[in-house]
Design a protein around this ligand. Structure first.
Ligand code: GCU
Length: 678
């Protein structure tokens, strides 16, 4: 049955004609298999080519006439060594794929400096077949633009997944280390296929238990599964672990006993996992312990951990998602306020991990003001793949356009062209350490991600982490071909539908820069009316600030002044209601209901228009999908069809609830032709 388990690695048979053409080129495979990574590459090619072309390639020790596929490194494969290819510039993880002449016959070569590079190249070659690209005259060179491409699992040790909508945690801690679920290997394959090279196994709201000896055995077992696929494991470390599991009175990062404890812990971890990646830390945020509890700074805390990991080659990913116990005047400003003064103080194996926007994974946020503001510190991007604020796994929202929008945003930190992507890939400030993290949407559901289309979000994350300049549309196109079919009658409308889906969700949830209006706690469905409770910034009214006169959060120089955290050319634009991109109008401005926007409508009319436009877009997505049934197996078609029906109802719910609520402030009638809320 087509249950989605195979993700984009289905390798369903190609049409006879396409298969025949490829088969001529890929008749026999010359690939060493003397270690686990080499075997992974060879096995994937045998499986993939066998599935796609209906016949696995013969395996040979050397090139034997036409149709050879050579895979390896100059040291693993004498045949590749003899070709004298220019591989130096490819680095550790890069590869090339080229059509070469060997003894008068065309051969295809996938070559790299490392076995992992060759594995990545093998997946790339398969992708070419899966998406029906010509392979007769190949000349491709690829290497990742970002060094650490890491999934963050918000998985608890009891298998609950924080903000997870696809079942339980895939890590079966109870049966580890002795039972290695085959699913772990499929997870590693899927990640290697998109270039993900790291995984943080546990929740940032961390339980110190994972650092105890029995759990480290389990971690080591998982690391053993990941290793052949080029994936390192990391742990979210609880800052107070020396007190909780170490019996110390303090976790003060400057206390010698605390440092010794972490030193011993690091040595213990590396004895079990020699290629352990390092720690991810959420400190002094939302009640998590951190160095500030002991009067120390983020830099003191991060550096203490970095120092014990450094001799082993490990790194610290220190999160900048902070908000304090005291209510801020504007939460938007806090990370910048806390972190910018420490720029230059972090050890060189520390990255500061920054969410894409300053609030919290809202449907759309302007880029985080920290990007560009800490030139002496490598800043890691943190995207959310799981859709906490975007309809969980039920709503079809392709995140590619959102990632692209943020990565291409211009910080102007070093003049025009200082994009967020250049901050993150290290090129703007000359950092060799760079990283992108994605909060995983993976769980124990048969289809991994809770819905078929949410697999695309895992996929696009990996592809953009490898190369932040890739286009969301091109990635959607390849994903659709690999996951469903190459028939243009399917591919074109589905790619269109995916590309329009993010704007649709923004429109029916939080148009024009509105944000954080979801139900309190669970974050599903509209609740712009939420007020009261323990703190102001846990209410919706804090964020929309609607009154009889107008709506929006004034973050201008005469409001909270969050705009001033951006470089002057950006700040000027955000500060000016006439120039700010309309998508961020109410993020930065409190505007009168009757003021005019670019369309010529009043703000009120435009708001209603956008809510309705979002609902209309979902209705069109549903129609599109309904008409595509003959291209998709009934199992997957049916689930997507039902989920879109739910999404349409809920888009309507968002619109109606939001309009009815905001109308109590504006007191204005609905524009002509707009249906009133029920
Ligand atoms: C959000 C999310 C929390 C999470 C936090 C974080 O606030 O709702 O569940 O712990 O982000 O990123 O640390």
């Amino acid at each position: 049955a087509e249950d989605g388990y195979d993700l984009w690695l289905r390798y369903a048979p190609l049409e006879t004609q396409a298969a025949a053409g490829y088969r001529e080129r890929l008749g026999h495979l010359v690939a060493p298999a003397t270690n686990a990574t080499q075997r992974a590459a060879r096995d994937e090619l045998v499986r993939g080519i066998g599935g796609l072309l209906g016949k696995a390639p013969a395996q040979a020790d050397s090139v034997d006439g036409a149709g050879a596929l050579l895979v390896g490194t100059p040291s693993s494969s004498p045949a590749i060594g003899r070709l004298g290819l220019e591989l130096d510039a490819l680095g550790d993880e890069g590869y090339l794929i080229r059509t070469v002449d060997i003894g008068g016959n065309a051969a295809t070569v996938v070559a790299a400096n490392s076995d992992t590079g060759a594995l990545y190249g093998a997946f790339h070659l398969l992708r070419l077949l899966q998406s029906r690209q010509p392979i007769d005259a190949l000349d491709l060179r690829e290497s990742p633009k970002v060094r650490l491409r890491v999934l963050n699992h918000w998985d608890d040790l009891n298998r609950h997944v924080e903000r997870g909508y696809s079942g339980q945690s895939i890590w079966d801690w109870h049966r580890l280390p002795d039972w290695l679920d085959p699913r772990y290997t499929d997870y590693a394959r899927a990640n290697a296929s998109i270039g993900v090279n790291g995984t943080v196994l546990n929740n940032v709201n961390a339980n110190a238990q994972i650092l105890t000896a029995p759990y480290l055995e389990k971690v080591a077992a998982l690391a053993g599964v990941m290793r052949p696929y080029g994936i390192r494991v990391y742990i979210s470390a609880r800052f107070s672990a020396p007190m909780e599991i170490g019996g110390l009175e303090t976790a003060d990062p400057l206390d010698p006993a605390v440092r010794r404890w972490w030193q011993a812990k690091a040595d213990e971890i590396y004895a079990k996992v020699p290629d352990f990646g390092g720690f991810l830390v959420k400190a002094n945020s939302e009640g998590q312990p951190g160095p500030q509890d002991f009067g120390r700074s983020h830099a003191d805390g991060a550096n203490m951990l970095a120092e014990v990991l450094a001799p082993h080659g490990g790194i610290v990913m220190w999160r900048a998602f902070v908000y304090s116990d005291e209510e801020p005047d504007d939460r938007h400003k806090q990370a910048y306020t806390e972190f910018v003064p420490h720029d230059g103080e972090f050890r060189d194996n520390v990255l500061v991990q920054v969410k894409n926007g300053a609030i919290d994974f809202q449907p759309r946020e302007p880029f985080h003001p920290l990007f560009g503001a800490m030139p002496k510190t490598p800043l890691m991007m943190e995207f959310q793949i799981t859709k906490e604020y975007l309809g969980f796994a039920t709503h079809l929202v392709y995140l590619g356009p959102m990632y692209e929008e943020v990565l291409r945003a211009d910080t102007h930190a070093k003049g025009p062209g200082s994009t967020v992507a250049k901050v993150v890939d290290g090129s703007l400030d000359g950092h060799t350490l760079s990283g992108i993290a994605g909060v995983a949407n993976i769980g124990s559901d048969r289809n991994w991600s809770g819905s078929h289309f949410d697999q695309a979000n895992w996929y696009v994350f990996g592809r953009m982490a490898w190369d932040p300049s890739l286009e969301a549309r091109a990635i959607a196109d390849e994903w659709v071909r690999m996951t469903f079919t190459n028939d243009p009658a399917f591919v074109e409308p589905v790619v269109e539908m995916m590309m329009a889906s993010h704007q649709a969700a923004v429109d029916y949830m939080t148009p024009l820069g509105l944000h954080h209006l979801m139900g309190r706690g669970h974050h599903y469905g509209p609740a712009p009316w939420v007020e009261g409770g323990p703190r102001a910034d846990w209410t919706s009214v804090y964020f929309h600030r609607a009154t009889k006169e107008g709506i929006g959060f004034d973050r201008t120089t005469s409001g909270s002044d969050a705009v001033s955290q951006y470089a002057p050319p950006v700040a000027e634009v955000f500060n000016d209601p006439a120039r700010v991109p309309e998508d961020f109008l109410l993020w930065f401005h409190h505007r009168p209901w009757t003021s005019r926007v670019a369309s010529g409508r009043t703000l009120w009319d435009e708001l209603v228009h956008r809510y309705s436009r979002g609902v209309g877009a979902v209705a069109r997505m549903r129609d599109t999908w309904a008409g595509l049934d003959r291209h998709v197996d009934p199992e997957r078609h049916h689930q997507v069809e039902r989920f879109l029906a739910i999404q349409q109802q809920e888009a309507q719910w968002w619109r109606d609830a939001s309009i009815a609520y905001f109308q109590t402030f504006s007191g204005l009638p609905l524009p002509e032709g707009e249906a009133p809320p029920p």
